[in-house]
Design a protein around this ligand. Structure first.
Ligand code: GDP
Ligand code: MN
Length: 338
């Protein structure tokens, strides 16, 4: 028999068997996994863990996206893991590939320089396509349009604890829009001009800046300097209506027009994070302290012993990245106490 933690409201309680799962009132939500056919093994492992730790009780659907068609082998291997709905989509050409407006000579020179400087993925075009797609397009994919909420998963990540409630419903009920498990410093060399463009955009568009926003978590010297803190976007549970809003649409278009996804190597993590910090109130950003999550090389493990036990977590609390020197968690805690 199962015991229910009683701190969860009735309708975010877990369901425990198949008959319950099919009648469970789900949020309008989906998992989204961007990957290649060659990521099959790691993707199977991530989905297997998600099913074991959460989704076998909730049956949220999955959307897989790729700039190439998924192979029959890939589809069969994934569909074999879950009774939930699984859809496989191809990304429209212009949502993925480098736009014609980019000066290819300038982009090539930038890649060569970053590659010579040993910046991670500095020489990669496909990585840049991926970052731009995750910044501005995944939520506009035809298979994603019908959903409001998403949970991003990557190949070869780990979910270390049982998740005994529904994070989507939790966010909906608590007026949360964006969430994270890990926050850290960005490599400055990948975003040398990003902060300047952010400030220009903010000055030109004061109507989009939220009251009680989280800008102070990232901005130093009265906004002049970026402390490089961002939410690690390989884990995200968020409301796509935010990415589809006039504020974020204008923000992404402004940044995209600067060309920095290709002339530099802007990541979707700082782009999403800075937008959340500017256009949301700080209470709309949620830290899922209770979700044990690992993406190589870092793990977030619940700090609270009781939470760790209830979740039957497989991570070590002493190894949690939260209070590593490279983590921004301390800054977040201090910021939220203010
Ligand atoms: P990292 O986490 O920054 O090291 O980057 P990853 O290599 O994990 O890529 C981030 C996400 O994008 C993962 O879900 C990858 O599977 C996916 N991804 C990266 N590059 C490509 C690509 O060229 N094509 C496709 N379809 N997916 C990609
Ligand atoms: Mn990754």
């Amino acid at each position: 028999t199962h015991t229910l933690p009683d701190k969860f409201p009735e309708d975010v309680r877990p369901v425990f068997d198949d008959s319950d799962a099919s009648s469970y009132q789900r949020a309008n939500a989906s998992f989204v996994i961007l990957c290649r056919n060659s990521d099959l093994g790691g993707t199977v492992r991530s989905v297997r863990e998600m099913e074991d730790r959460f989704n076998r009780r909730y049956r949220y659907p999955y959307v897989f996206l790729n700039e190439e068609p998924f192979s029959d082998e890939f589809k069969e291997a994934i569909s074999n893991l879950t009774p939930a709905q699984v859809e496989f989509g191809v990304i429209p050409h212009d949502h993925w590939y480098q736009p014609d407006s980019i000066d290819e000579e300038k982009a090539t020179a930038a890649r060569e320089k970053m590659s010579a400087d040993n910046i991670i993925y500095g020489g990669s075009v496909s990585y840049r396509n991926m970052c731009r797609f995750n910044s501005g397009f995944f939520f506009r994919h035809p298979l994603m349009e019908k959903y409001k909420w998403y949970w991003r998963i990557e190949p070869d990540v780990h979910f270390h604890c049982d998740i005994n409630y529904d994070p989507f419903t939790f966010m909906q009920q608590n007026n949360k829009t964006y969430s994270f498990t890990i926050t850290m410093y960005e490599f400055e060399a990948t975003i040398p001009t990003l902060w300047g463009h952010v400030n220009d955009f903010a000055k030109e568009n004061p109507q989009f800046i939220a009251k009680n926003n989280a800008f102070g978590f990232m901005a130093e010297d009265g906004g002049a300097k970026y402390n490089l803190c961002h939410f690690w976007s390989n884990f995200e549970i968020a409301d796509m209506d935010f990415w589809r809003s006039p504020a974020y649409t204008a923000f992404f278009e402004y940044l995209d027009a600067q060309g920095g996804f290709y002339y530099e190597r802007w990541g979707d993590a700082p782009v999403h994070s800075i937008a959340a910090a500017l256009f949301l109130s700080r209470e709309q950003i949620h830290f899922f302290h209770d979700i044990g999550y690992e993406h190589n090389p870092y793990t977030h493990c619940p700090k609270d012993l009781d939470t760790w036990k209830k979740g039957r977590c497989s991570c070590q609390r002493s190894q949690s990245f939260d209070y590593d020197g490279y983590s921004c968690m301390n800054r977040w805690d201090r910021f939220m106490e203010r």
